[in-house]
Ligand binder design. Sequence first.
Ligand code: SF4
Length: 225
Amino acid sequence: MRNKTENRARSTDARIGVRDDGERMPNLAEMRETEKRKPGILVHSCCGPCSVAVMERLSGEYDVTLFFFNPNITDGEEYEKRLRAQRTAVEKFNAWEYASGRVTLVVGPYEPERFLARARGLEAAPEGGARCARCFEMRLEKTAEYAALYSFERFTTTLSVSPHKDYSLLAKIGAGLALRYGMRFLADDFKKRAGYERSVALSKAFGLYRQTYCGCPFSRRAPGG
Ligand code: SF4
């Protein structure tokens, strides 16, 4: 049976797929066993609240692995708060009587300096502008890299749950990366079919922390997430 224990990459190590909790990734044979039951998908997760609606929507059809990779949250305390909320979201979802599948959580490296370098020169850009495009690319590219390394055939992101995020831009970035890494991007605007409202309702039911701004220091001036 596939190990569902949360895995965490070393925060000080920029390589992906490196663990600091003694857990190991399932080997290829174990992953293929899983695939026989349901196709696997790696889902980039921006936060616990957005992820719950996506876990609910996808876990019946796919074997879902969440990938928490958000170096855009440069404030370390805020990052830890959101990571705690993410862990709680997965624990509560996996224990939830209505869940149609269990979800694995992988935590990527925390590299705020990488985000700040990407955002240089675009600090004053409005939310939804050029800085956000670079931020999406950075998070989705790491997700695609991880997906390729661990033989996932498809990936997607919870970012489209938020009404503040440009779905067509996310879909374009995802499609480009899918081509580059030889896999599929599941293009689904998760805010549609009341996905955003569902994320609010489920995060209330699970008692999750909900952030009041998108994540980077430049987004503190406007609410988002
Ligand atoms: S506003 Fe949000 S999406 Fe845009 S750069 Fe900041 S953290 Fe990234």
